[in-house]
Design a protein around this ligand. Sequence first.
Ligand SMILES: [Zn+2]
Length: 290
Amino acid sequence: MGTLLMRLAIIGLLCGLGFNLSRLFSRGLSRFFTPPVCRFISGALAVLLSAGLIVAASWFYVYYGFGYQGDIFRKAKTDRKIVALTFDDGPSPLYTPRILDILAEKGVPAAFFMVGAHVDKYPEIAARIAAEGHELGSHTYDHVNVPTLATAQLSAQLLKTNIAVLNATGEYPMYIRPPRGLYDGRFRRLSELLGHQIVLWSLSAQDWMELMTVDRIVKRILTRVRPGDIILFHDSGALLRKEGASRESTVAALPMIIEGLRAMGYEIVPLAELLTLAHPEEEPIPYMPE
Ligand SMILES: [Zn+2]
């Protein structure tokens, strides 16, 4: 209840800010337009600005969170030059086997956050991921937007994925990552009940954008990487559908990224190893008067 009130207060504050900013701007407009046109423009501006501020605040919440979230891992807190590689949205018959070949050739571990429906469609690729020693995570059954689902649907999405992964690989997915990083309180409680660790990321290759070229992906990772990063790639997916986008850039960039990271002194470790250093934030220290 407290958090709901806080969220409503934040949204109210942002709407107020958007409204006032638009009024400030529309004062300048009165020189050029009649009053009804001015009212329309400033109304539209208020809505757009408020919506923009709310989207920006939600984006911040999704990627950084507010307050203590001891169950959510985004990166490891370490000065050691280690990182973990993660792949979302697969398995894909077009790209996952080629990514697995590269990882095997370079001797690099990774974690795969798989879409349950794709595991059911390509169980032999999921089996190969597990057989080659990579770690497994759930990415829901249909790549859904978690906060929009009814609780029964959300539970079904997680349970169906676990059954698909178990059937295909004989292993239980230890990790879970909500599609697009969008989670809520139910998702956190359910993940804990099902024994998953929630893992987000701290550095995205942004390879889901069709416009990302190989060079841009390589440059983005190598210029931004920091010790303890959890790096996000995609081995399947599409902007609006579950699969179908080209991941040629990801496949081509991967060997260069691995070599580049090593040249910078980075070691690529299994996610489990990274997470032992990761306790995301210090335990909150309760205020205790002397
Ligand atoms: Zn995804």
